[in-house]
Design a protein around this ligand. Structure first.
Ligand SMILES: [Zn+2]
Length: 467
C-alpha cells in the first residue's frame, strides 16, 4: 500500500450533501482518502496513477446481507424449493471446503463492486481466510440454527439445542480468531438465523455476547409464510413482536427481509431503530419503509452478488407490482402499499452511504470523503448502453453491468485493475470451486436420489450428473 492518484473521474461522493465532481481527482495515501479536488498536483509523485476519464467513481457498495450459496447455480433454480433443497444442501458443505469455495465468492463480490459485505455462513473460518487473501472488507457471522433440516423438509420442526450450542460456539470462536483482523477489514457479528429456526434462549445468549463485545446482531425476520405460522404456533406472535419481547430489537439489530411485516410490526421496527435489510423480495414496499424513517440498506442474499442487477430488479418490482393481480400469498404484501418508484440515485445511496449507516460504519466507509477508508470502484461508461448520457449515474444504474466495474479498491489496495483481478488468480479460483461443488453435489445426490431424479429430468442435455 502506498499512494494512488485517481485522475479525471466523474466522482459521485455519495456524501450527505450529494456532492458530485463532474471531473475530479482523488488522492489515496495508504488505506485512506487524503484529498478530493477538481485538480490535484501532489507534492510527492504518487506510486500509481489511475486514469478515470469516462469513468464513474463511486464508494464501493456495502452489501448488508449475503450468504455463500451461489455455488449451486443450475440446481437451485431447477429444483428450487428452499426448505427442500437449499437448507439441506448447506449441511453438505464441509468446513474444509470453504477456503476454496470462499475465494470464488470473494471474486464474485469484487466483480459486483461490493467492497464491504455482511456474510452469513455456517462455517465462516475458511471464508475468513479467503477474504483475508482476496482483500475485501467483511462483517462475518457464523449463523446459528437449531432444527433438524432433514425433518424440516417435511414441514416438521424438531429442535436440537445441542446444534444451537455448537453454532453459538462457532460464533464465539470466530469472534476470538478474526474480529478486527487484516487491518480491521474483517470483523464479526452474531446471527441467530430466524425466529422459527433458533430458540429464544439462543437469541438471548447472542444478545448478551453482542452487547459485551459491541457487535451487531442480524437475523431473518418475517421472511416466509412457514416462519410466520411456526412463530405464531409457538409464541402466538409475529416474528418482530416475538423478537421485541425478547429484547432483541434495537438500532444494533439488522432484520433481513421483513416481507410479511404488518403495520404493527413496522411501528415496533421504527420505534426501536431496527434496520431492515432489503434483499430480493421485489415487492416489499421498501420505499414506504424509507419514508417512514426506517433505516434501509441492501443485500444480495443467497443467489448472486450483483448489486447493479439488483437495483433494476427492485426498481421494476416497485413499479410493476400494482399492475399485477395478487394471489392469496401476496395479499399479505398488499397491506403494505408501495408508494412510488425509487430513483436511480436513491438506489445508489442505499448501496453506499445508507448501507454504511445501517451497520454503523459511516465514519469510515459508504461515501468518498477526506479521511475515510479508500474503498471505491471505477465504472467504465465507454459502453454503447451508457454513453451518450446527460446523467452517468442514472445510466449506470439502469443500463450498466457489473462487467463495467473495471477497478475495485479496498483499504487502499487495488483488488481489480482495468478488469483484471490482482489478488486472485481468477481462472484457478473458479475451476477449483467447480471441482468442489461437483463433489458436494455428488454427496448430496447419493443421499437424496429423489432430488437427483428431479434435477436430471430437468437437465436431460447434461446426461446425468458427474458422468
Ligand atoms: Zn438471507
Amino acid at each position: 500500500m502506498a499512494s494512488i492518484l485517481i485522475k479525471d473521474g466523474f466522482i459521485a461522493t455519495m456524501d450527505t450533501q450529494q456532492t458530485v465532481l463532474q471531473q475530479g481527482d482523488i488522492l489515496i495515501q495508504n488505506d485512506r482518502i487524503q484529498e478530493i479536488a477538481k485538480k490535484i498536483n501532489p507534492s510527492v509523485p504518487p506510486d500509481q496513477i489511475l486514469d478515470a476519464k469516462h469513468k464513474v467513481v463511486l464508494p464501493g457498495f456495502v452489501n448488508t446481507h449475503a450468504h455463500l450459496q451461489q455455488y449451486f447455480r443450475g440446481l437451485y433454480e431447477l429444483i428450487g424449493e428452499f426448505y427442500d433443497v437449499n437448507l439441506p444442501l448447506e449441511g453438505y458443505r464441509q468446513p474444509q471446503d470453504m477456503e476454496y469455495l470462499g475465494l470464488a465468492s470473494c471474486a464474485e463480490l469484487i466483480q459486483g463492486g461490493c467492497t464491504t459485505s455482511v456474510i452469513l455462513y455456517t462455517y465462516p473460518d475458511g471464508f475468513a481466510r479467503a477474504a483475508e487473501q482476496a482483500g475485501i472488507r467483511v462483517l462475518l457471522a457464523a449463523d446459528i440454527e437449531e432444527v433438524n433440516l432433514e425433518k424440516l423438509r417435511e414441514g416438521i420442526y424438531e429442535y436440537m439445542p445441542q446444534k444451537g450450542e455448537a453454532g453459538f460456539q462457532r460464533a464465539v470462536d470466530l469472534h476470538r480468531d478474526w474480529h478486527g483482523k487484516a487491518n480491521g477489514r474483517i470483523t464479526t457479528l452474531m446471527m441467530p438465523k430466524a425466529a422459527d429456526l433458533t430458540l429464544p434462549e439462543t437469541y438471548r445468549k447472542c444478545k448478551t455476547f453482542a452487547d459485551q463485545h459491541g457487535l451487531l446482531i442480524s437475523s431473518h425476520v418475517s421472511q416466509s409464510g412457514q416462519e410466520l405460522r411456526q412463530v405464531q404456533k409457538l409464541y402466538k406472535k409475529t416474528p418482530p413482536q416475538h423478537l421485541f419481547d425478547l429484547g432483541i430489537l434495537d438500532n444494533n439489530f439488522l432484520a433481513a427481509h421483513c416481507a410479511y411485516a404488518t403495520d404493527q410490526d413496522l411501528a415496533l421496527i421504527h420505534k426501536t431503530g431496527t434496520r431492515i435489510l432489503q434483499c430480493r423480495f421485489l415487492y416489499s414496499p421498501f420505499v414506504r419503509w424509507m419514508e417512514m424513517g426506517i433505516p434501509i440498506s441492501l443485500g444480495t442474499d443467497d443467489y448472486f452478488h450483483d448489486m447493479l442487477m439488483m437495483f433494476r430488479e427492485l426498481i421494476a418490482g416497485q413499479a410493476d407490482r400494482a399492475a399485477h393481480q395478487l394471489d392469496s400469498a401476496e395479499q399479505f404484501f398488499a397491506a403494505n402499499r408501495i408508494t412510488r418508484r425509487p430513483s436511480a440515485y436513491e438506489m445508489l445511496e442505499l448501496a453506499t452511504r445508507k448501507g454504511a449507516e445501517a451497520i454503523h460504519r459511516e465514519a469510515d466507509i459508504g461515501s468518498l470523503e477526506v479521511g475515510k477508508k479508500a474503498d471505491l470502484i471505477l465504472i467504465d461508461t465507454m459502453n454503447p448502453f451508457i454513453t451518450p448520457t446527460m446523467d452517468p449515474l442514472t445510466s449506470v444504474v439502469l443500463y450498466g453491468s457489473s462487467n463495467d466495474i473495471k477497478t475495485v479498491i479496498v483499504d487502499g489496495q487495488i483488488l481489480k485493475k482495468d478488469g483484471e483481478f490482482t489478488t486472485l488468480d481468477l481462472n484457478s479460483t473458479l475451476t477449483t470451486a467447480q471441482t468442489y461443488v461437483e463433489e458436494i453435489l455428488d454427496r448430496f445426490f447419493k443421499e437424496h436420489p429423489h432430488q437427483k431424479e428431479i434435477w436430471t429430468k430437468k437437465t436431460m442435455y447434461l446426461h446425468g450428473f458427474n458422468q
